[in-house]
Design a binder for this molecule. Structure first.
Ligand SMILES: CC(C)(COP(=O)(O)OP(=O)(O)OC[C@H]1O[C@@H](n2cnc3c(N)ncnc32)[C@H](O)[C@@H]1OP(=O)(O)O)[C@@H](O)C(=O)NCCC(=O)NCCS
Length: 228
């Protein structure tokens, strides 16, 4: 319920900042739409060297003193999609989901953020995202909320940081890192692939009169019973 109220508040915010068209787009989508995302995963037992970004980065959990001004929605000249994306990141931050990681750039400021979510957060994931994700198994982690501030995009930061964040999960004993990306989000799909992730699932997303139906379709099957 809290999540719904936050979304309504954010739509109102979009509306009053002059992005009525984007609000209508979001409402129309929830009235009637058919969409899809790819579920991608990486086997953490298989070594995967993180690709280097075009600038040196250091990955670590978000600290209270980190500068997240790149999520400011009052910055002049922002396009509706930019405001929409920033509000989405702020909502995940406010959800209290653990753990938000950041990549720190040469200026000492975050230039990437993404959540690494263990199965102990299953209930919170369900509360915040509803039925959008499958229940995580004890050996699975979910990567969600990838975001590179506009000024840092196109420098290979996502692939490098995401690969390193996934590796953190391996240290805590997880076998599979999974993530979901809208089928139309080419930059993110490229970043995931370069971070060692491969498609294994398709998520079908349908809205009918604000009611969301989600179905998961397996993409890969194996002849070996022990494989997943
Ligand atoms: C998806 C996202 C995290 C990628 O981050 P990134 O650090 O720029 O990733 P990369 O540098 O590896 O670039 C990946 C692709 O982004 C695209 N790209 C490059 N420069 C870009 C720019 N200035 N602006 C937007 N996209 C750009 C290119 O298609 C690039 O592929 P290429 O290297 O083959 O040209 C980033 O675009 C973003 O934050 N988008 C908004 C939020 C979002 O969609 N998150 C993913 C949710 S699943």
């Amino acid at each position: 319920m809290r999540g719904v109220l936050q979304r309504m508040r954010d739509l109102l915010r979009l509306f009053v900042t002059g992005h009525a068209q984007r609000v209508w787009h979001a409402v129309r989508e929830r009235l009637y739409s058919n969409g899809g995302s790819l579920g991608l995963r990486r086997d953490l037992a298989v070594p995967f060297p993180a690709p280097a970004a075009k600038l040196p980065i250091q990955v670590r959990p978000l600290a209270p003193e980190d500068d997240l001004s790149f999520l400011d929605v009052d910055q002049p000249g922002l396009a509706a999609d930019q405001v929409f994306a920033r509000l989405g990141q702020q909502r995940i931050l406010q959800s209290g989901l653990a753990t938000c990681y950041v990549a720190i750039g040469p200026e000492g400021k975050p230039c990437y953020m993404q959540w690494l979510i263990p199965s102990s957060e299953n209930d919170r994931v369900r509360t915040f995202f509803g039925n959008l994700y499958p229940q995580l198994g004890p050996d699975e982690v979910l990567l969600e909320g990838a975001y590179t501030p506009e000024a840092h995009r196109g420098q290979g930061i996502m692939a490098s940081a995401m690969a390193q964040i996934a590796q953190q999960a391996a240290h805590s004993g997880a076998r599979w890192a999974i993530t979901f990306v809208d089928e139309g989000n080419t930059p993110s799909l490229k970043g995931c692939e370069r971070a060692g992730f491969a498609p294994y699932l398709r998520r079908v997303e349908m809205y009918r009169a604000f009611y969301r139906v989600i179905a998961f379709v397996q993409l890969l099957t194996s002849a070996f019973p022990g494989d997943r």
